[in-house]
Write a protein of this length. Structure first.
Length: 149
């Protein structure tokens, strides 16, 4: 877990930049079929409160509704995927609690974060072999991952 120093990040070309002031959750790798298409394999995500992130440069930022439940933020100038957040809905699924998921690779290094789990392993691409020792979950049981809040 990252302590509460200010952490910065952004897309490949710099048309999207952000700052996080507050806690960053350790990294969960999502292997769902949507992350496969969006990221090429799995999506490595940290997470923070919506109130803790300030998107300081938004010139390239576009949002796409990737499902009825969530939207993804990406840079329309360089194509980098940056954010995932649940869309407000009356009967929000468990595991869809509010918060901004941030593509961990867009953080400026060093992040101080560690991998704490893999989710949606049931949808994992067949060419991906998970070799790290972090716990694996068939679906979205990330609430059971130690260090997830
Ligand atoms: Zn960009």
């Amino acid at each position: 877990m990252s302590q509460s120093k200010k952490q910065t990040g952004g897309c490949l070309c710099g048309a999207v930049r952000y700052e996080v002031e507050g806690r960053l959750r350790d990294v969960i790798h999502c292997h769902c079929s949507m992350c496969q298409r969006f990221h090429g394999a799995s999506g490595a995500y940290t997470k923070t409160d919506q109130s803790s992130i300030n998107i300081s440069r938004k010139r390239g930022l576009k949002w796409v509704a990737s499902s009825l439940k969530a939207r993804r933020g990406f840079c329309c100038e360089c194509g980098s995927g940056l954010f995932w957040e649940p869309v407000d809905q009356p009967d929000m699924d468990p595991g869809m609690e509010p918060g901004m998921w941030i593509v961990a690779g867009t953080l400026d290094q060093p992040t101080g974060l560690a991998t704490i789990g893999h989710i949606f392993v049931s949808q994992k691409a067949d060419f991906v072999e998970i070799t790290c020792g972090a716990p694996q979950f068939t679906e979205d049981f990330h609430d059971e991952i130690e260090g997830d809040e």
